[in-house]
Design a protein around this ligand. Structure first.
Ligand SMILES: Cc1cc2nc3c(=O)[nH]c(=O)nc-3n(C[C@H](O)[C@H](O)[C@H](O)COP(=O)(O)O)c2cc1C
Length: 169
C-alpha cells in the first residue's frame, strides 16, 4: 500500500502548508535584550512545553530573524504568552520594524534587561539550554527560571492564518 503523499504530482510542501493551517497554536511575543539596552522581539507560534522536570519549553527561531543572534548572545529570553485581547498588539508588533516594536504595549525590563509584558497571560523567563539547527530554524530549549501568571486563561490563538479566541473564554 503506497502512502497517499507519494502518489501526488505536486510537491509535498503545499500539502504540508495546508496541514499546518489546521494546527491551532497559542501566540507569544518572545523577547530579549543586549548589554547596550537594545530590545529585540518577535511574534511566535512555534513554542511548546517540553518537560516539568526540569520546567522547560522549546522555541523555534528562524536564523534570519532579528532576535536570533541577540537571544543566543544574551543566553536568556522571555516568552510573553498573549491573551485574546492582545491581537492588535501582536499585529502591531509584527508590522513594525525590529527597532520600533516596543512602542506598542506597556513593557517593563527585568534586572538583565529582558523586556516583558506585564499584561500578557504569562511571562516565562528562560535560560537558553541546548540548541539544534534544522533547516531555516534553530530549535532552542528554554530552561524556565521565573514565571508570572495572570489569573485568566484566555489565550490568543492562531489557526488557518487567522487569529482567534477559545470558545467560552
Ligand atoms: C502568527 C505568527 C507566528 C510566527 N511564528 C514564528 C515562529 O514560531 N518562529 C519564528 O522564527 N518566526 C515566527 N514568525 C515570524 C516572526 O514574527 C518575524 O516576523 C520574523 O522572524 C522576522 O523577524 P524580524 O523582522 O525581527 O527579522 C511568526 C509570525 C507570525 C505573524
Amino acid at each position: 500500500m503506497s502512502h497517499p503523499a507519494l502518489t501526488q504530482d505536486h510537491p509535498i510542501l503545499d500539502d504540508f502548508r495546508q496541514a499546518m493551517r489546521r494546527v491551532a497554536s497559542g501566540v507569544a511575543l518572545v523577547t530579549t535584550g543586549d548589554v547596550e539596552g537594545n530590545r529585540f522581539g518577535i511574534a511566535m507560534t512555534a513554542f511548546m512545553s517540553l518537560s516539568f522536570d526540569p520546567p522547560s519549553l522549546v522555541i523555534a527561531v528562524n536564523r534570519t530573524a532579528s532576535i536570533h543572534k541577540p537571544l543566543l548572545a544574551n543566553g536568556a529570553f522571555c516568552v510573553n504568552v498573549l491573551s485574546d485581547s492582545q491581537e492588535a498588539l501582536c499585529q502591531d508588533f509584527v508590522s513594525r520594524a525590529s527597532h520600533d516594536r516596543f512602542g506598542a504595549g506597556e513593557w517593563l525590563a527585568d534586572e538583565r534587561g529582558i523586556p516583558y509584558l506585564p499584561g500578557a497571560l504569562s511571562n516565562i523567563f528562560c535560560a537558553v539550554g541546548s540548541r539544534q539547527s534544522s533547516g531555516s530554524h534553530d530549535v532552542i530549549v528554554g530552561l524556565a527560571s521565573r514565571v508570572a501568571n495572570r489569573d485568566e486563561i484566555s489565550p490568543l490563538l492562531f489557526v488557518d492564518g487567522r487569529y482567534g479566541a477559545m470558545a467560552g473564554s
